[in-house]
Design a protein around this ligand. Structure first.
Ligand code: SF4
Length: 668
């Protein structure tokens, strides 16, 4: 059994300072009281009480001969003012990191203050009590969004955001992202205490490597509760205990790698007791009791001999939390679900079926209960390790599923072994999300398999395989590429002049003019990053390896549509899109505008088209001429009037009435 204790476990600077302040006053012979328990740890509070320090609820309860100590959480400004007005002697042990938050909110007179934290926690109560403007609290990004949508959006005022010192760092990051999206220019102050973030990330790392995680701390302590949640996310088998007496020894015995961390108000003494209890109990569990009879000794030694032995078992039943197996002994064999597979998401029924013969490792026998606890995942891992040693040398490409995204990378479960793929080796480019890999089957190669003592580690690379695959795809592409050939690709990036498409190993560009038959201002009007597109090769430059791609389909060409569906003589409903002195341009179909010459607008003389038409208006007009070479269309409204009303109109002045066929009508 291996025990790893977090270096950051135990008293933080602020708690240590507050407890020392009380102890120093007691040593000086002063009578001391604290406003609320000095820290969230009843063991420490009881110890201080025994020395003469009592917690009080209100400042009214402070006796004349006592000095009051304000604990590290801090208090609202109103409490300080009341203490000073009543001349009650006090010492302020508010942690300097909490004081900094008080200053930030107290200096705010033009913004709404948002506090990430638990509204009922004394630290948050203290912060609220220093705010001069309206303030709100939230616990996560969903609550923040609600707050914004229901209250802040309407007020549309400035926002300042701070956090409780022990707020969860991941939730804070998500909240910051959210507020940046929701508000313009929010003022963000990351006031999570460094001691908290270090403690949380260390706990996260240790829990990821442990099969049993112990969090020590008071159940009322907010930072301990957060540590517990963080560890539980990584290691399902996590417990929160207040003292060594609460240690679940059955779980200690069953574990191979035990991680230990503790909240910021847990004294070193309790942490030591827990560590000592675990090592001593395990030692005593492994040694025989010399006072027992010879028969008992013999039986016990036989039991111990069986531990770590590999046996074959037949699956006899499957339950959600364990699988029962017959291992040919008088005891009932069972495999807890956590010992079936290293994949935390795997379900027992997906791993084994009733009647399966499986190889198992005996972990513990309990003759009193008549059970044998077995592990399948440890056998798989042992076998997997043996196999991995060969694979790292051969550099063989392996395939398996990504089961988790962890800090700094992802885990691929290969033959029961957790292979760590660092983020830099997980994807082809850095901007790809690791979370998206979870659940995917990937090809990878091992780059390191090593063992130090009981610690084994396997590190792999998906990226090196991807690089090779892309190189092979590139070679294949250039071998077969020719102008006109069609490809399916994925849009990887957009610029103002075009879209870059990954054709599998090589990139080609669709120029903006190739994206649409009509005029567009930006490629994003037609395609987006991540879209799968059908393209064809328009041009290739072998030297520079540049590929120009075509995207528009000939059948969508508006001139082809016009030719097919709108021959001369067709009456159309056209929308006026522009007015000049010599006529009006009207849109017939997307991409084609025609000209209604001023002489073709009405059967009477008009000074200028704007006198009778306006942009956006829909008019009925007849297509009177189409010049496909010059891409010009002439329209007439007058031609639709009854014949006797179509009297010729006196021509307008020459410069204002250019003949329809000379007017420039360019297709987009
Ligand atoms: S956790 Fe940080 S802010 Fe809170 S008391 Fe400890 S040192 Fe101060």
């Amino acid at each position: 059994m291996n025990i790893t204790k977090a270096d950051s476990a135990g008293f933080c600077f602020g708690v240590n300072r507050a407890v020392s302040m009380v102890n120093d006053l007691l040593k000086e012979g002063k009578r001391v009281c604290t406003l609320g328990p000095i820290i969230h740890n009843m063991e420490v509070v009881r110890e201080l009480e025994a020395k003469g320090c009592r917690p009080v609820e209100r400042i009214e309860d402070v006796r004349d001969d006592e000095i009051l100590v304000i604990r590290s959480h801090g208090v609202p400004q109103s409490v300080i003012t009341a203490l000073e007005e009543r001349r009650i002697p006090y010492m302020d042990a508010t942690c300097p990191f909490v004081k900094k938050i008080h200053r930030i909110v107290a200096d705010t007179d033009d913004a709404t203050v948002l506090i990430a934290g638990n509204a009922s926690h004394p630290e948050v109560q203290g912060i609220i009590g220093h705010c001069k403007t309206t303030c709100y609290t939230f616990n996560n990004e969903a609550e923040l969004e609600d707050l914004y949508t229901n209250i802040l959006k309407e007020k549309n005022n400035l926002v300042k955001i701070v956090s409780q010192t022990t707020f969860d760092t991941k939730t804070w990051k998500k909240s910051v992202k959210k507020i940046k999206k929701l508000c313009t220019n929010p003022k963000i102050f990351d006031t999570i205490c460094n001691a908290t973030s270090v403690r949380q990330s260390e706990a996260d790392i240790i829990a990821a490597q442990s099969d049993f995680m112990v969090v020590i701390g008071d159940r009322h302590s907010s930072n301990t509760a957060k540590l517990f949640n963080i560890c539980k996310r990584r290691c399902e088998n996590t417990v929160l205990i207040e003292t060594a007496a609460e240690l679940p020894m059955n779980r200690v015995y069953a574990a191979h790698n035990i991680g230990v961390t503790a909240g910021s108000s847990t004294p070193a003494k309790i942490i030591k007791e827990v560590l000592d209890t675990m090592s001593e109990e395990v030692k005593s569990g492994e040694t025989t009791n010399l006072e027992e009879s010879f028969e008992e000794l013999l039986e016990e030694s036989l039991k111990n001999l069986n531990t770590n032995e590999r046996v074959m078992g037949t699956v006899i039943s499957i339950a959600p939390n364990e699988v029962q197996v017959d291992v040919g002994r008088k005891q009932t064999g069972f495999v807890p679900v956590s010992e079936l597979s290293s994949d935390p998401a795997a379900k027992p029924e997906d791993i084994v079926s009733v009647g399966d013969e499986i190889e198992l490792l005996i972990m513990k026998t309990n003759d009193q209960e008549g059970t044998i606890m077995l592990s399948k995942r440890r056998v798989d891992a042992q076998k997997g390790w043996e196999e991995l040693q060969d694979k790292v040398e051969s550099q063989e490409i392996l395939s398996s599923k990504v089961t988790e995204a962890v800090k700094g990378g992802v885990i691929v479960l290969y033959n029961g072994v957790r292979v760590f793929i660092p983020a830099s080796q997980a994807t082809a480019s850095r901007d790809e999300s690791l979370e998206d890999l979870v659940g995917q089957d990937v090809d990878f190669r091992l780059i390191e398999v090593s063992q130090r003592g009981r610690y084994k580690r396997a590190i792999g690379s998906i990226r090196s395989v991807l690089k090779e695959q892309r190189a092979a795809q590139r070679e294949e592409f250039w071998k077969n590429c020719e102008i006109g050939k069609r490809y399916t690709g994925v849009v990887k990036s957009l610029t103002s002049y075009g879209a870059f498409v990954d054709l599998g190993g090589v990139f080609g560009m669709i120029h903006i003019s190739e994206l649409s038959w009509t005029h567009i201002k930006h490629p994003s009007e037609v395609v987006n990053v991540g879209d799968t597109v059908e393209v064809y090769v328009k041009d290739i430059n072998e030297e520079t390896k540049k590929i120009s791609l075509g995207f528009k389909n000939a059948e969508d060409n508006p001139w082809e549509i016009l030719k097919r569906d709108y021959p001369e003589g067709t009456v159309v409903n056209a929308t006026i899109v522009g007015l000049t002195t010599f006529g009006a341009f009207a849109n017939i179909i997307p991409g084609i505008d025609g000209l209604i010459h001023i002489s073709q607008i009405a059967n009477k003389r008009i000074d200028k088209p704007a006198d009778v038409l306006s942009v956006g208006e829909t008019v009925e007009a007849k297509i009177t001429a189409i010049d496909f070479d010059k891409k010009r269309v002439s329209l007439s409204m007058r031609a639709l009037l009854p014949e006797d009303e179509q009297a010729p109109v006196k021509a307008a002045p020459v410069e204002e009435a250019a003949p329809a066929e000379e007017a420039p009508v360019e297709a987009e």
